[in-house]
Design a binder for this molecule. Structure first.
Ligand SMILES: [Mn+2]
Length: 337
């Protein structure tokens, strides 16, 4: 594999899906991948780990998961990119105007504290309740995470690789390299630019389409979902079923509904001849399988008693179904809750 500019003398990368506080499972996965713990840090003599983001929220051992990942990043043994949950945590805790709070006004945050946002971050806030300094430290660390990673032979993003969004965000990096959240946070707080927030949203949460006629689907937790998640690699899609990419199926009567031109224009088509993209985010189930020769989702719902999944990447241009390594989350060891 060509030498990477970020990791010299590395023979391969183990790219790991959404951890969501499943620290015990993460340790088991690292051990299965032959990483050894030394001075509290997991390392491999000639491989490095890459985390696709969403280390926090939902699971039972969020502090421990963060500690494992951050210690590896700090020691140069891993990279971790920004997930939508880490961005949510920063936005949830970032005041739009600290001065007005000093004057006694209600605090306003970059992410309003509505029911949905409260629910996303709830478990993390509970587990850090007695460790406010530590939590502040992680929030500052989240701001230093790259929004995507572009290596010589592969790319990593949390939810969706879209070249035009990548280029917009890259233009905000002082070095012209991978932008980190800090590079665009002032723009997000100022709230005047609409392009940068849209690009960030696309990369960390992917694309979606609205159900027709203002319809919605009730999720298991009682939220009304007006949109469904879509692939970013649709190839000549004709009907809704061709583009949907989420655990919940479309309503029966919509799966064969033709896409209109406006809907088609909202879709992204990652080219088949570009380098492989690794991503997380989509709560997949079942046996890990590549989406296409240059696309693989690594989120197999570990925190919902699914699998925590890694792909052992050795520089190949065509991905291979035999290169997945995973750990089942065992309900009996109470990893997920
Ligand atoms: Mn996730």
């Amino acid at each position: 594999m060509p030498k990477s500019s970020i990791f010299a003398d590395v023979e391969g990368f183990d790219i790991i899906g959404d951890v969501h506080g499943c620290a015990l499972t993460l340790e088991r996965l690292l051990q299965k991948l032959d990483y050894k713990k030394e001075d509290g840090v997991y390392y491999h003599p000639y491989r490095r780990a890459v985390f696709v983001g969403d280390v926090i929220d939902r699971g039972p051992r969020i502090r421990e998961a963060l500690k494992i990942v951050r210690s590896m990043v700090d020691a140069g043994q891993a990279k971790c990119i920004l997930g939508n949950h880490e961005f949510n945590a920063v936005a949830y805790t970032t005041l739009l105007n600290p001065a007005e709070v000093d004057n006694g006004s209600e605090p306003r945050y970059l992410r309003p504290h509505d029911r949905r946002s409260n629910r996303l971050i709830n478990e993390t806030l509970i587990q850090f309740a007695s460790y406010p300094e530590e939590w502040r430290g992680y929030l500052e660390w989240f701001k230093t995470l790259p929004i995507f990673l572009e290596m010589d032979t592969f790319r990593v993003v949390h939810a969706c690789w879209d070249n035009s969004s990548v280029n917009v965000l890259r233009s905000h990096s002082p070095s012209g390299g991978e932008p980190v959240l800090n590079d665009i946070l002032p723009l997000l707080i100022a709230g005047e630019d609409v392009t940068v927030p849209r690009c960030l949203d696309r990369l960390t949460r992917g694309t979606s389409l609205r159900y027709p006629d203002n319809r919605y689907v009730l999720s298991k937790d009682g939220l009304k979902r007006y949109i469904f998640r879509t692939k970013f690699w649709s190839d000549k899609p004709e009907v809704y079923q061709d583009v949907v990419f989420q655990p919940d199926p479309l309503p029966e009567d919509l799966s064969e509904r033709p896409l209109d031109e406006q809907e088609k224009a909202c879709l992204i088509r990652y080219p088949k001849n570009q380098r492989p993209v690794f991503f997380g985010h989509y709560w997949l189930h079942g046996r890990p399988t590549i989406q296409r020769a240059n696309l693989v989702c690594l989120d197999y719902s570990a925190v919902k008693y699914g699998r925590l999944v890694a792909y052992r990447y050795d520089g190949e241009a065509e991905l291979d179904n035999d290169k997945f390594v995973w750990i089942y989350v065992n309900p009996d060891v109470k990893e997920a809750s």
